[in-house]
Design a protein around this ligand. Structure first.
Ligand code: HEC
Length: 106
């Protein structure tokens, strides 16, 4: 009984989280996406130590914010040095940059 109640609660929380996440990703303009100059500066400083930006270029437009979060987590595991703030900025950049953006594809 207790178990069932608990899993219902989890399901509820999951749904709320999902609703919030999709509400956010439906309106990316409202989240303050950094300017291209800021994106470019962080990515040039933090993301080219281990691979070319073309790696990032190829992934533009293929990932949800959730997937980008996972990717960034993985990069940090590999040794990328990003503060929490930089990480969030890069994620916002990667979600907002259009496919083929000069920031990562030049
Ligand atoms: C410490 C090394 C390192 C740094 C710094 C780094 N990466 Fe990576 N990245 C890797 C490795 C290793 C792979 C290759 C994984 C593979 O072979 O698929 C990779 C692959 C990728 C890929 C392609 C695979 C995928 O999941 O789509 C993307 C996109 C990417 N990195 C984004 C970034 C971004 C954005 C940054 C800057 C915040 C960054 N990386 C910084 C190590 C790093």
């Amino acid at each position: 009984m207790v178990r069932t109640k608990k899993s219902k609660l989890y399901l509820f929380l999951l749904l709320v989280t999902f609703a919030l996440v999709s509400a956010c990703s439906a309106t990316p303009e409202t989240g303050e996406a950094p300017s291209e100059a800021v994106c470019s500066a962080i990515i040039d400083a933090k993301c080219v130590r281990c691979h070319y930006k073309t790696r990032i270029c190829g992934a533009l437009g293929t990932k949800s914010s959730r997937q980008w979060k996972k990717t960034l987590k993985f990069m940090i595991k590999q040794g990328a040095q990003l503060t929490e703030d930089e990480k969030n900025k890069v994620i916002a950049c990667l979600i907002s940059l259009p496919t083929g953006s000069n920031v990562v594809c030049q």
